[in-house]
Design a binder for this molecule. Structure first.
Ligand SMILES: N[C@@H](CCC(=O)N[C@@H](CS)C(=O)NCC(=O)O)C(=O)O
Length: 209
């Protein structure tokens, strides 16, 4: 197994934290996204979506999605459990992860990629060159505030996003909040539950990954 990674991008960091929680280290290859290495024929042959992370398996298969990679690792290395212990738990965790992606990660990406100098013509990751649309940056900023509001409400009576246990949903939300700083969209200080939860999850050793 080999992980195609990038040290500063949020998506592969979700996998690195997941691996750190499992106390696993995989051989890794840094993909130079700024230098356009994701568009080289060799990388495209492995992942036509031109994104990281990719988990290349010894079988020759390539898993090109964060949650699919984590699911594969979870099945091989079930302890500690990070994706649910029974049908209901697994389904609920998946709901929260999807909500965090949709309202959090994608919303911040929408705001950031449609406004950041240096990402002109790169408004979406992937093989297409797409122009930035300033109205989408504004829409993304509004969507992020909605994300923070519901996350704070959720955390008011849950220690972690899915209850008493740390899960992949916390990893996803932690990476989202850290990504938000790059878009100058940090959670508002009055959302005390996010601050309390962030203090706890960001001090875990895995958060350094
Ligand atoms: N399908 C992927 C998307 C991952 C993704 O968007 N990766 C970004 C880094 S965070 C990327 O590779 N971007 C390449 C680019 O911007 O050209 C997943 O969620 O696993």
């Amino acid at each position: 197994m080999k992980l195609y990674d990038n040290a500063t991008a949020p998506s592969p960091r979700r996998v690195r934290i997941f691996l750190a929680e499992k106390r696993l280290t995989l051989p890794a290859v840094q993909v130079d996204l700024r230098g356009g290495e994701q568009f080289t024929p060799a990388f495209r042959a492995m992942n036509p979506d031109c994104t990281v992370p990719v988990l290349a398996l010894d079988s020759g298969a390539a898993i090109t999605d964060v949650v699919a990679i984590c699911r594969y690792i979870e099945e091989l290395y079930p302890d500690p459990n990070l994706m649910g212990t029974d049908a209901e738990h697994r389904a609920l965790i998946e709901c929260w992860v999807r909500r965090i992606e949709w309202d959090g990660i994608y919303a911040i990406a929408e705001a950031f990629r449609n406004s950041a100098p240096g990402l002109e013509r790169r408004a979406l990751p992937g093989p297409l060159s797409l122009d930035q649309i300033p109205a989408l940056a504004e829409r993304g900023r509004r969507r992020v505030q909605h994300f923070y509001t519901w996350l704070d409400t959720r955390l008011a009576d849950h220690r972690f996003v899915c209850g008493p246990e740390f899960t992949i949903a916390d990893i996803s939300a932690l990476v989202t909040v850290d990504f938000s700083a790059r878009a100058k969209l940090d959670p508002p200080a009055h959302l005390r539950q996010i601050a309390r939860w962030y203090g706890e999850v960001s001090s875990r050793a895995s958060a350094k990954a």
